[in-house]
Design a protein around this ligand. Structure first.
Ligand code: MIG
Length: 644
């Protein structure tokens, strides 16, 4: 992924356990970057899958260079003038992130590994008993029979279907890991059928390349080949039919043990649309093509359902197939801070759906670190806790009752913002402008935003400034030019300056710009409850403003026809009151929310409040200066008039 500022880097997907910010290359390679000069942005996308190198402002600030070890010199110069324009055009070229299933935006709990089945059930049950919201639980490599992909350990997981059904009944989706290496074992179906169908990458002598990974000697599907992808998709569909909601692709750099290169030799052969390519050419798209085949498998199994795939490795365009997490990070404060910057880089690189392991994968960490990480991750696009096999328990309750409360609050916050988060995903799926965005993407005319990597925007209406230092109860941050409000107390702050804010252990500093409208829900235990919960539009406006509200069923493709609900909310404040108009909704989807409310911040005590000229329930709170107006469940045009 891209880094902010002057840097030199190599594109060669690599499995780097225990990396830090000096390590290059890393897992993911996206040969695309933005150049911002004199307020004008353009982009360069070097569409070449070979090992390539980039020097951007490191050797000299006067020029940059890039090149590759093979292939063609195909590069695109993508016009701006704003960063959003470049990202939109790059996304038009490489494909948008599709709308993910709503459940994948909830909180995910993983570890290496939860087993046997009784432990998996117990972890899920603890979430429900403690009333800590969560949507999924993840199965890492120990569920397999001797690390044979597409199998289950008969002792640890004697009845996977029953387990997965039981979890589903508790509103838990289950995601299982599937690595690319297929164990060489003549008694193993996946090996036999793959060999029979000739899907594996080969040595120059024509025999399948064999390299050790978790199961011992393994062979690797040539995912660049349509036939190999078809075989893989069939295997995935069959495997996931046990009741898996999503698939997690790991080790797909591809990672190979016991060799210094950490991967296959350059001369291994891959078929690719009727020609043969070497590993040197296929390497950087191996993982991306694996996610393509994995997604295809889930689509075949459940054609009407949005698939969910997580991957460690990918290439430009891979945003169409999977979300990414940033591999084996470490449970320390540097990784929390650098992790935020890396995720901002993913957004700048046109790969919006990303996250990292909350709490840090490697090592022990402590309560403070896990809590601050969960708070920051409230607004990471992908929110998953994970830990390595040697690590102590790192569930939200693992650090004692005090921190359990804080962690619960952080996860609850995620769920209360879900309607807004979902809308941001929807906007990104149409524009390529990432949900989690570096300040510079939104405020390119404000040079003070350049290089800010430890705070970020989520959508255009929320600025997130997580605490990233140990035992800290405050932090400094920069607010871009304009008027802002501190979400905790509605205090007005003039932007274009740095400030210091207090933040107790359970607080996440959040700011909204003038004109913001947030969409929120009450706390829920999983996304299953969202459709029937309450929906609130929170308006922060002294000036006229408008926003679009979008919703759909959260799991099918009906929204691509008319299965959506979309309306504009327009707000016109004046000296004597406020007019709010919700336009007649487009689309045929009908949300099932129990209660809807418009909450006006900065309101005076109203003399009258009407809805379409008639009576309406409204509640004014003088202390917070908020006016909550109940609105009916309706697709019709609604017009609210408040006079004070
Ligand atoms: O060699 O599947 O990054 O998330 O838990 C380690 C075991 C393999 C690396 C992944 C990590 C996962 C682990 N995997």
């Amino acid at each position: 992924g891209a880094k902010l500022g002057g840097t030199a880097m190599t594109m060669w997907n690599a499995d780097v356990y225990g990396y830090d910010n000096s390590v290059d290359p890393l897992y993911v390679d996206i040969p695309f970057f933005l150049i911002l000069r004199k307020g004008i942005t353009h982009g360069i996308f070097f569409d070449n899958t070979w090992r390539s190198t980039f020097d951007i402002g490191k050797e000299s600030r006067k020029y940059f260079d890039f090149g590759a070890e093979g292939g063609e010199l195909n590069y695109y110069v993508i016009a701006g003038p704003a960063p959003a324009d470049v990202l939109r055009r790059y996304t038009d070229l490489t494909g948008p992130m599709p709308m993910p299933p709503l459940w994948s935006l909830g909180f995910h709990q993983s570890r290496y590994s939860y087993y046997p089945d009784t432990r998996v059930r117990q972890i899920a049950a603890e979430f429900r008993q403690r009333r800590i919201p969560a949507d999924s639980i993840w199965l890492d490599i120990h569920y397999m029979d001797g690390y044979r992909i597409f199998t289950w350990d008969p002792k640890r997981f004697p009845d996977p279907k029953k387990l997965l059904r039981g979890l589903q009944e508790m509103n838990f989706r289950t995601v299982a890991i599937v690595d690319p290496g297929v164990k060489v074992d003549p008694n193993y179906e996946a090996y036999r059928s793959g060999a029979r169908e000739d899907v594996f990458a080969k040595n120059p002598d024509g025999k399948p390349f064999v390299g050790p990974v978790w199961p011992g000697d393994a062979v690797f599907p040539a995912f660049t080949d349509a036939h190999a992808r078809d075989w893989w998709a069939r295997k995935i569909a069959e495997f996931a039919s046990a009741g898996l909601a999503g698939i997690w692709n790991d080790m797909n750099e591809p990672s190979v043990f016991n060799v210094t290169s950490g991967t296959m030799p350059d001369d291994v052969r891959f078929r690719h649309d009727g020609r043969t390519m070497t590993h040197a050419e296929a390497h950087n798209v191996f993982g991306q093509q694996m996610t393509r085949a994995t997604q295809e498998g889930l689509m075949r199994l459940r054609p009407g359902e949005r698939p969910f795939v997580l991957t460690r490795d990918t290439y430009s365009g891979g945003q169409r197939y999977a979300a990414v997490w940033t591999g084996d990070n470490t449970a320390d404060w540097a990784h929390l801070r650098d992790g935020v910057t890396t995720l901002l880089g993913m957004g700048i690189s046109g790969f919006p759906f990303a996250g990292n392991d909350i709490g840090g994968f490697i090592g022990i960490g402590d309560a403070d670190l896990w809590t601050r990480w969960a708070e920051a991750a409230t607004f990471f696009p992908f929110m998953r806790a994970h830990a390595e096999d040697a690590a102590p328990n790192k569930e939200p309750w693992a650090y004692g009752p005090e921190f359990e409360t804080y962690n619960k609050q952080a996860i609850e916050r995620r769920y209360t913002f879900l309607p807004y988060i979902y809308n941001c995903f929807y906007q990104t799926s149409r524009t390529g402008m990432p949900m989690m965005r570096a300040l510079v993407l939104q405020y390119p005319d404000d040079p003070a935003t350049y290089g800010v990597g430890d705070e970020f925007l989520f959508g255009s209406d929320l600025l997130v400034a997580p605490v990233l230092d140990p035992h800290s109860r405050s932090r400094s941050l920069y607010l871009p030019k304009g008027i802002w409000y501190d979400l905790r107390n509605d205090q007005r702050i003039e932007g274009g300056k740095s400030l210091k804010v207090e933040a107790a252990e359970n607080e996440l500093p959040l700011f909204v710009p003038e004109g913001a409208i947030l969409f929120r829900a009450p706390v829920m235990q999983s996304t299953t409850e969202w459709a029937a919960s309450d929906l609130t539009f929170e308006v922060f406006a002294h000036q006229p403003t408008r926003r679009e509200y979008y919703e759909d069923d959260g799991h099918t493709f009906d929204y691509r026809q008319d299965g959506f609900f979309r309306r504009t909310i327009s707000v016109e404040p004046s000296a004597s009151g406020v007019n709010v108009t919700l336009s007649k909704a487009e689309g045929k989807y009908v949300p099932a929310h129990r209660l809807n409310a418009v909450v006006l911040h900065f309101a005076k005590r109203p003399r009258s409040t009407t809805l379409n000229g008639g009576a309406v329930g409204a509640r004014y709170d003088a202390q917070s200066e908020q006016l909550a107006i109940g609105i009916p469940q309706s697709s019709e045009r609604l017009s609210i008039q408040v006079n004070w």
